[in-house]
Design a protein around this ligand. Structure first.
Ligand SMILES: O=C(CO)COP(=O)(O)O
Length: 271
């Protein structure tokens, strides 16, 4: 799917909602159903723009039941996974379990995991490898904090995270990774990176991937932007030719707003 040519997009855009630690399983079901109805009413073409949600672990079984029962085209994934497959790892969740629950994707190295749980690039790499062992597509999150941005070090910082988290993977594996650029200072703050900032980083990421793994691989990788995305700014952000979608936090908890974001082509700014 990632290499599909799709209108003006070289890659199928992905609009992903990270619910974070919000929505118990009952609220999650209601949210998903409202989202599905809204998209259905809007005649959303899922082949053209893929829509994914990332609920808390405890919701995923309920999400699976609704998606299967109602034959929804929305796909879903876990917000994290263990780098181990099974054993004495209290509180951790194996990629195998996510796979059994029908997950397509899994987030790896979200900034809240990197900062609150101290996850390193090495751990992210091990989690990406675990994702591949269980047929999950890893969505690797990278992005700088305010200090690096102010110091003009944001590109170097983000590319170092990218390289560290992918180190040693084969090109065909890297071609299956989705990268989400989420500048930490723009997450949940209402502060949004400008469309030029999103495009600058997406371009730098793709060029770096091309250098390390070849152009063909780099052309396959979808690069998302995340950080205070709303229906009002998504059109400008996704105008950048290397920006292939959005990873949405807060706004994904409102089904109408999130559906509106998924309809971003209606808001595309084309100056
Ligand atoms: O962290 C994010 C998505 O993973 C972004 O969150 P917000 O959209 O709430 O800023």
């Amino acid at each position: 799917m990632t290499s599909q040519t799709n209108g003006q997009f070289d890659r199928t855009p992905l609009i992903a909602g990270n619910w974070k630690m919000n929505m118990d399983h009952q609220q999650g079901v209601a949210l998903l159903q409202k989202l599905a109805w809204t998209l259905q009413d809007a005649k959303h073409d899922f082949g053209r723009v893929e829509v994914a949600v990332f609920p808390p672990f405890t919701d995923i079984r309920s999400v699976q039941t609704i998606v299967d029962g109602d034959d929804l085209k929305v796909v879903y994934g876990g917000q994290d996974l263990s780098d181990q497959d099974s054993g004495a790892y209290t509180g951790d969740i194996s990629g195998e379990f996510l796979n059994k629950l029908g997950c397509t994707y899994v987030l790896v190295g979200h900034s809240e995991r990197r900062t609150i749980h101290g996850e390193s690039d090495q751990q992210c790499l091990a989690k990406i490898q675990a994702a591949f062992r269980h047929d999950l597509v890893p969505v690797l999150c990278v992005g700088e904090g305010l200090e690096s941005r102010k110091a003009g070090e944001h590109v170097n910082f983000t590319l170092a995270q990218l390289r560290g988290s992918l180190e040693g993977l084969a090109a065909e594996e890297v071609g299956n990774v989705v990268v989400a650029y989420e500048p930490v200072w723009a997450i949940g703050t209402g502060e949004v990176a400008g469309p030029e900032d999103a495009q600058e980083m997406a371009d730098a990421i793709r060029k770096d991937l091309a250098e390390q793994y070849g152009q063909e691989t780099a052309d396959k990788v979808r690069v998302l932007y995340g950080g205070s995305v709303k229906s009002g700014n998504v059109g400008a952000i996704l105008k950048g030719k290397d920006v292939d979608g959005a990873l949405v936090g807060g706004a994904s908890l409102d089904p109408e707003e999130f559906a509106n974001i998924a309809k971003f082509e209606q808001h595309l700014v084309t100056d």
